[in-house]
Design a protein around this ligand. Structure first.
Ligand code: BGC
Length: 417
């Protein structure tokens, strides 16, 4: 259905997204352990692994240092969150996505840390004070060390620990929260941790990967049911990393390959969780154009991570997901690594137009959360990729709003009128 007058609704959520380990600093989880064990080797191998990055000359000094691969103080958001919320507010945002760090809340099996719970309680109330709608994630790639030593999500019998954590968090912190993301990007977690071996536990075992993926799907179902038992007012979803995949010509092979790839990256998980979601959380970063069984993208722009970026295709990703699953969509992440802030404004412009066009075609879109508010720890790449609307000086922790963000703030203000 084409709605020519589609406008961003008054209650549309405009905001930014973060995750605990990437911004908070001072976390202790399976990632922290892995970073300390691997930082030196990663720094030594940087030249070999990533010297083909578009801005290698600018990043090589960082990328060759072990400190780049250790999250340590990250962006110091655990202490500076009020300052960060003030910035979001000044940019006219009305929503904010964050994750609660399981390893802080349950540092040992069955032991709840009251101070950590209290911290997040205040955190959420500070968001509410500024009229920033909290979007709370329960699992964003990091696990308590005790849980990962038990085998993490490799064992179906461990899923009950996540269910218990989800229930506890929502009991303790759910007051004032409506939007909950149970699991961030299950497919990416499995791909990086169990297939590529790039993230802890750094395994390369496809069969085991599929098993973990099925356990994550099961974990979402159990957590969603436990949350709904507490109240039917909660709106629950996963955040799915959605790549828009399309055939580059009209050959049968291209179209079959595109569908198979789309199924593997997106639909395998979505088909299984959709009945247990109130909305769909979608993270969009790039597309893939398929010729035969090869990907060859037409894009001219590269992000600092070498991703061929196509923000305009967000429109088609949204239309596809809405046609197929018929659920309201919340964009839970969307952004670009761009240290010089050369492309971010263009990215944001294209994304806003893409959302508008998708809405005109009937997509029920409820919000847009940019990745990220702050520069942060980009997992195995460490600290050099800069995704923030706000630049963070990792030495002084000083925040500086990037020009693209200032511009975006004025756009949000207009679109919210
Ligand atoms: C993840 C974030 C990550 C971002 C950029 C998403 O896959 O949820 O944690 O920083 O993409 O790579």
């Amino acid at each position: 259905m084409i709605r020519t007058n589609a406008k961003f609704p008054k209650k549309f959520l405009w905001g930014a997204a973060t995750s605990a380990h990437q911004v908070e600093g001072g976390t202790h989880n399976q990632w922290t352990v892995w970073e300390l064990e691997n930082a030196r080797a990663m720094a030594m191998k940087a030249e070999y692994h990533i010297s083909d990055m578009p801005k290698w000359d600018d990043i090589k000094d960082y990328a060759r240092q072990p400190a780049n691969y250790v999250s340590a103080h990250a962006s110091d958001h655990y202490r500076r969150y009020k300052e960060d919320f003030d910035i979001a507010k000044k940019l006219h945002m009305n929503a904010f996505r964050f994750s609660v760090e399981w390893s802080r809340i349950e540092p040992e099996e069955g032991v709840w840390d009251i101070e950590a719970i209290e911290h997040y309680r205040t955190y959420i109330s500070e968001l509410k004070k500024r009229e920033l709608e909290p979007v709370m994630t329960l699992f964003h790639f990091t696990l308590p060390v005790w849980f990962s030593e038990k085998g993490g999500f490799e064992k179906r019998s461990n899923v009950k620990y996540f269910e218990r954590f989800a229930e506890k968090v929502v009991q303790e912190l759910g007051h004032g929260v409506r939007y909950i993301v149970t699991i961030n990007e299950p497919t990416i977690y499995v791909y990086q941790s169990y297939m590529q071996g790039a993230w802890p536990p750094a395994k390369q075992n496809k069969l085991q990967g599929v098993h973990v993926l099925n356990n994550l799907i099961y974990a979402h179902k159990l957590a969603a049911a436990a949350i709904r038992d507490l109240s039917s007012d909660y709106l629950v979803s996963i955040a799915q990393s959605s790549v828009y995949i399309y055939a580059g010509d009209d050959s049968v092979l291209s179209s079959i390959s595109a569908s198979v790839l789309q199924y593997i990256t997106d639909d395998y998980v979505l088909k299984r969780v959709v009945k247990h979601c109130d909305y769909l959380g979608v993270n969009y970063y790039y597309s893939a154009r398929v010729f035969g069984y090869r990907i060859h993208n037409p894009e001219e722009h590269l992000s600092d991570l070498g991703w061929e970026v196509s923000p305009a295709n967000l429109q088609f990703a949204l239309e596809r997901l809405y046609d197929k699953y018929n659920k309201p969509i919340l964009i839970t992440e969307n952004g670009i690594a761009d240290a010089d802030d050369d492309l971010r404004k263009w990215w944001l412009q294209q994304s806003v137009v893409a959302m508008k066009l998708a809405m005109q075609r009937g997509v029920d879109l409820i919000g847009y959360l940019h990745w990220s508010l702050l520069d942060n720890f980009e997992w195995a790449y460490g600290k050099w990729p800069r995704f923030g609307l706000v630049e963070v000086n990792y030495r002084t922790m000083e925040r500086k709003v990037r020009p693209s963000a200032k511009w975006f703030g004025t756009v949000i203000a207009k679109l919210r009128q």
